[in-house]
Design a protein around this ligand. Structure first.
Ligand SMILES: Cc1ncc(COP(=O)(O)O)c(C=O)c1O
Length: 391
């Protein structure tokens, strides 16, 4: 059966070039980068190169990149590390209601330890208001953490502007952005953006899973999170994930080289898909911003039917999509992101996320649209709600 993968925001396949760069470091050059003999120094050199590749993609210096085990660890480190380091200066943290659970659950954890957290709401498009952010900042605010691109609805925030404004209000606070979904999908430049901390992850840019990084601007007050050996310039203990780091580096190099083409390709497919689905299927709404949107994200609500049923039928036809974020798809609790946009509960349950990437073709989308049209019609013909509405 034809297999169509439309869940690139959950994860991406490792590119062949990335795999080939990694392979020798599993079996031949497997030395511990901390060892003093030759295989150790080969591993060290490979890490130096990967750090440069990752740094270059976001406009950072290599010394400002610290490898972690994931985007989740980077987010935890950013939030907990700043909270601990600046606890004498204040106990107030600002974030948004639509962050990834890696930020939300971490902030909730800090609330149990006496920190005060403001969760900013978003407008219908999923954008936060700069005046609301400015109003929330006080002398007690030590950290502002706002994601660059939302993983469910693809909304892009104006991070350079939000960072500038935050620092204008309180120049001592630390500004963090979770750029996991932004990496490789838009140009990023930490220097012109002005952020102090940025979380990124390998497996969203055709690199391996289980490798992430935290960008730390020099001088940023942030306590260590992992304690142990003196790896990562004594900032993050633990024997380096050598192959993961090399894969992340290679993926970053490719992402930078192909950024423009990748964005153009994804955007064309995204717009084609939105146009065709909304034309061919009635009572469908696009969630999130049309303008400020991840180039490969389509989040749609299909009235009168359940997203889970659609997902299963699509899966039976070899098509992989997601209901909400990958992390929450195992539970049936309604998406917190769509809830924040004001989407009514019954509509949230009829929502699906389709995310496109480098290996998606127009033919894939045509096949998906054909199957989706049939599935929606079938489910609606069985749905008591659509019967009630005279469908
Ligand atoms: C916005 C965002 N932040 C953080 C993460 C977590 O990254 P990782 O899967 O590397 O832990 C994800 C993953 O879906 C994400 O989309």
């Amino acid at each position: 059966m034809r297999q169509i993968y439309l869940d690139y925001s959950a994860t991406t396949p490792v590119k062949q070039e990335v795999l080939e760069a990694m392979l020798p470091y599993f079996t031949e050059n497997f030395g511990n980068p901390s060892s003093l003999y030759t295989t150790g120094s080969l591993s060290r050199d490979a890490i130096i190169k990967a750090r440069e590749q990752v740094a270059h993609l976001i406009g950072a210096k290599d010394k400002e990149i610290f490898f972690t085990s994931s985007g989740t660890e980077s987010d935890n480190w950013a939030v907990k590390g700043v909270a601990e380091s600046l606890k004498e200066k204040g106990n107030h943290i600002i974030t948004t209601m639509i962050e990834h659970p890696a930020i939300l659950r971490t902030c909730e954890n800090l609330e149990t330890k006496g920190y005060r957290v403001t969760y900013l709401p978003v407008d219908q498009d999923g954008r936060i208001s700069s005046s609301q952010l400015a109003d929330a900042i006080t002398d007690e605010t030590i950290l502002v953490s706002i994601m660059t691109v939302n993983n469910e609805i693809g909304t892009i925030q104006d991070i350079p502007e939000l960072c500038r404004l935050s620092k204008e209000k309180n120049r001592n606070l630390v500004f963090h952005t979770d750029a996991v979904q932004a990496l490789g999908n838009m140009p990023i430049d930490v220097k012109t953006w002005g952020v102090d901390l940025m979380s990124i992850s390998g497996h969203k840019i055709y690199g391996p899973k289980g490798i992430g990084a935290l960008y730390i601007k020099p001088g940023t007050r942030i306590a260590n999170f992992m304690h142990g050996g003196s790896q990562e310039a004594k900032r993050r203990a633990g024997t380096e994930n050598l192959t993961g780091i090399i894969g992340f580096g290679k993926a970053a190099e490719i992402a930078e080289r192909e950024l423009e083409g990748h964005i153009h390709h994804s955007r064309e497919l995204r717009d084609y898909f939105i146009d065709q689905v909304t034309r061919r299927i009635e009572n469908v709404t696009l969630n999130g911003s049309r303008e400020h949107r991840h180039p490969g994200n389509v989040n749609l609500t299909f009235d009168f039917i359940e997203g889970e049923a659609m997902l299963l039928y699509l899966d039976m036809n070899g098509i992989a999509v997601s209901t909400g974020s990958a992390c929450s798809s195992a539970s049936l609790t309604p998406s917190h992101v769509l809830t924040c946009l004001g989407v009514p509960l019954e509509k949230i349950h009829g929502s699906l996320r389709f995310t496109m990437g480098d290996f998606t073709t127009k033919e894939d989308l045509d096949y998906t649209i054909e199957k989706l049209t049939e599935i929606v019609a079938r489910l609606r013909s069985m749905s008591p709600v659509s019967k009630e509405k005279g469908w």
